[in-house]
Structures are given as C-alpha cells and as structure tokens.
Design a protein around this ligand. Sequence first.
Ligand code: PLP
Length: 362
Amino acid sequence: MTVRVRDDLAALEGYHSPQVDVAVRLNTNESPYPPPEAWRQAFLDEVKAITFNRYPDRQASVLRRALGDLHGVAPEQVFAANGSNEVLQALCLAYGGHARSVVVFEPTYPLHSHIARITGSEVVAGGRRDDFSLDPDDVRRVLVRADPAITFLCSPNNPTGTVDPSATTAAVVAAAPGLVVVDEAYGQFAPRSAISQVSDGGGLVVVRTFSKAWAMAGLRLGYCVAPAEVVTALESVTLPYHLDTATQAAGRLALRFRSEMEARVALLVAERDRLTRALSALPVDTWPSGANFVLFRPRARAGAEVWKALVERSVLVRDCAAWPGLDGCLRVTVGTPHEDDAFLAALTEVLGPSGPLRGVAA
Ligand SMILES: Cc1ncc(COP(=O)(O)O)c(C=O)c1O
C-alpha cells in the first residue's frame, strides 16, 4: 500500500488498559454492581418492541428531555452520544482542529489530549500542585500562553481523584478564552458538580457518563450539559443516527432508577473511605479521592513490580506510570467489599516484610 497514515497519527499511541484474565478486576473504574433487575426487565421489554427496520430518533428527544429534567436544564442544552468519549470527540471536532489549541492539566485523563491530537489540535499541557490541585495563577499563565479553543478540567480528576472547588472552576471559566469542558465522569461520587454553572451564552460544558455510577459501561452512553449553541455545533459534527434506539431506551429507563443509583453510589463512597483507611495503614502514599477509585504509591517498591505481583495474585489494578508525574503510582477501583479485601490482602502480602519483593531477609 502506498498511502501512509497521517504523520501526526503515526506518532500517537492508542489508549488502553491491559485486559488480563484475573479474579478481581479493579482497573477500569466500572461499577462492581449491575444495574437493578427491574431496569434489566424494562430494558429487555423495550428492546423486544423495537422496530428494527427503522432508524432511531435522530434527536434522541425523549432521552434528552429526561436528562434535562434530571439536571433542571432544557433538552436543547443536552447532547448525548455513545459514551462520554464520543462527547469529548464531538467537542474536539467542533471546537478544536488545525491551528487551534487545547489545554489540559497533567496528570489527567489521557483521552482529552489523545482525542484533541486525533482532531489535529495542538495540545498544551499545564501542571498541578504536589497535591494535584490546580494553581489558579499557573492556570492563568497557561491560558494566556496557549489561547486555547478548549480547556479541559476533570473533576473528580482521573486518576488522582481530586475534586476542583467551585471557585476554581469559575476562575478558569472567567480566564479561558474558549470553551471550558469539565469532565464529570465520576461526578456522582463527588460532593459538588459544575452543572449549575452552565448557562446559554457562557463557555462552560459539563460531560457525564452512564458507564460509572449508572453501572452501564457495557452500553455506550454519555452526554453533556452545555449552552444550546454548543449543542447545535456538536450535532453538526455527529454522524446521522449515531445513537441507536436500544441505547436511547437504556438511558431513558435508567433515569427511573435514580434512587437505586444513589444508593449504589453511597455504598461505593463508604467503601472507598474504608479502602483509603486500610491503604493508609500500609507503606503507601495515598491521595484523597472524590471518585470510585484511589491513587496510591508504594513507598519502597517500584509500582510496576507491585502491579505484576498483584496480577500474580489474580488482582488487576491500573499502572499509572505512563501518566506524567505519576511515577510508581497505581490506581485501584473501588469494588465490592469482598474484592477490596482480596486486593488489600494481596497488597499486604506483596508489601509486607515477608513479601517476595522484599527479597531474602539477611
Ligand atoms: C475522566 C473520564 N472521562 C471519560 C471516560 C469515558 O467514559 P465512557 O466513554 O465510558 O463514557 C472515562 C472512562 O474511564 C474517564 O475516566
């Protein structure tokens, strides 16, 4: 073949978390619990009744109205797509691209810069303080230097778990020349959200997903709450009928089970706090998390070695070494108490005085 892939793409690596066959999978921040059985029944009943020879509702009107009601905004301020990654892609297609820049603050969710680059945008990376919070003065300097079309925030931030104070979000929105996109994939686990700050004529967009708190990663559904003019722009870069009838139904029906979702979140938040407390008794550094995962760094052992030793004990966590500034760090998703106990037992064994990585005692 004589046609080569675009030069800028050839340099990009794909983003993936290794899928290893283990008993305890705590590496991709999914819900360890399935959605309610009543949701499954209602969904299967609707799927049976789909007229499969017809295209889906192109506007996803009923789903967008239901999501608008959930957040107290108009349906015209909601855009839905196949997972929040597709929402992020639509944002970069509509507002990024050649001769435009996108700002991220590392370490953060790598897909923000990855998707930005795929769309031809230049990526400018700012940093974070040692505790992974944003320094407003630093943020302003980066924004002046980059003049970005899109500034990505992530709250709670993947993989650090950091939740931005509302004042920080507001300050970034005030200082940014273009859109500010707050990725709230883990928003339900956190004490605050930026959704109430979204308004028509403003530059703030908040992205959410059904993959985490809603326990529907196997279906692909995400959305954003945005100024209506942004939603119109996103629709203009999206393929016709991109969101199929079954996915629209799945999301619409899930919203009827909001209290079950909130109960699941409360359970996972309590479990996250137990997991954090247990980790703090081990020789690892941890950071406070507002999400369904916890970042930690073994103090005396290389993260990659600990990762491998956990896999050998059939426990899979995320090795974060490739994230800027996270040398030696690992991220564990909050699982069921049983899964978390298995993880803690394996980690204790790996890090403990008699663990194999300690070597032979003198
Ligand atoms: C911060 C963040 N945003 C977006 C996503 C993508 O989620 P999805 O495409 O499943 O909605 C993830 C997935 O892990 C994430 O961590």
